[in-house]
Design a binder for this molecule. Structure first.
Ligand SMILES: [Cu+2]
Length: 277
């Protein structure tokens, strides 16, 4: 704008300029358009500044959740006294009306946390911690999406923020804090044994068992999640089986290889995971 103003005021005169200058109407139009543009842009800048402040400055956060972007899912860690209390994936439960600070990190490339109904975008940058404070006035499920192209399955990197009323949030928190359910049926016990015998346990943690891998999502309470594969499917026994049988066709390039299982193992492992409420 400054350069334009300089050019308008200090131009060298030429026959065309002189003709234009004599045309007061043209001059009036140019001037008013320049002024109008400047006023509009300045107005938007001020509005954007105060809106951002309003979103960020909703007060001191009352709790912190660590969200780590991974290709292509969200690792969510709840803290207690600064230590990890439990982990979940792709679904962040928050108590309604509470200011929650998200500590945003990345395991690999730049991702961007974006839940349009709750806050603006914030990048997750490897080697750096960014923060974003969110706050839901009404209970409900708020859908989010990675907003920075982060590789092949970027579009399958969705997340859900579930804003629960205080009582349901407390119930959910207590259930997540608990160790995994002990199978009470032969099929589930077979599923658990197969899960622990196969490479699954090297990548996934199921607290209360010997499975202690951290490459993939924590599955201690995978049966309590609404979705799997970062919003790819609703979580049912069928989608769990489909995912385990062939993750590379359903989400090509993702970091879970297909592990060969017999049909009985596939059935019982899916039933076992489904039972992990
Ligand atoms: Cu991403």
């Amino acid at each position: 704008m400054a350069a334009l103003a300089y050019a308008v005021l200090h131009h060298r005169s030429s026959p065309i300029d002189r003709a234009a200058r004599s045309d007061r109407r043209a001059r009036f139009i140019v001037t008013s358009l320049v002024v109008a543009t400047a006023v509009i842009i300045a107005g938007l800048t001020v509005a954007s500044f105060y809106t951002t402040r309003l979103i960020d400055g909703i007060g001191e956060p009352e709790m912190t959740v660590v969200v780590r972007g991974e290709q292509w899912w969200w690792r969510v860690t709840y803290l207690q006294d600064g230590q990890s209390a439990f982990q979940t994936a792709n679904e962040i439960h928050i108590p309604v009306g509470t200011r929650v600070r998200l500590q945003l990190e990345s395991a690999d490339v730049v991702h961007s946390f974006w839940v349009p109904s709750l806050a603006g975008k914030q990048d997750l940058v490897p080697g750096r911690t960014n923060t974003l404070t969110i706050h839901a006035d009404r209970p409900g499920v708020y859908r989010g999406q990675c907003a920075e192209f982060c590789g092949l399955q970027h579009s399958h990197m969705a997340l859900l923020v579930m804003a629960d009323d205080e009582a349901s949030y407390r119930r959910w928190y207590a259930s997540q804090l608990a160790e995994s359910l002990v199978p009470d049926q032969p099929e589930l016990a077979r599923g658990k044994a197969a899960f622990l015998r196969k490479p699954c346990a090297a990548c996934h943690r199921v607290r209360g068992t010997t499975a202690d891998g951290t490459t993939g999502p924590d599955l201690t309470h995978v049966g309590s999640r609404g979705t799997i594969g970062a919003g790819l499917f609703d979580r049912t026994r069928g989608t769990l089986a489909a995912w385990i049988a062939d993750p590379q066709t359903l989400k090509p390039g993702n970091n879970m290889p297909a592990v060969p299982l017999t049909s009985d193992e596939l059935r019982s492992v899916s039933a076992y995971l489904e039972s992990l409420k």
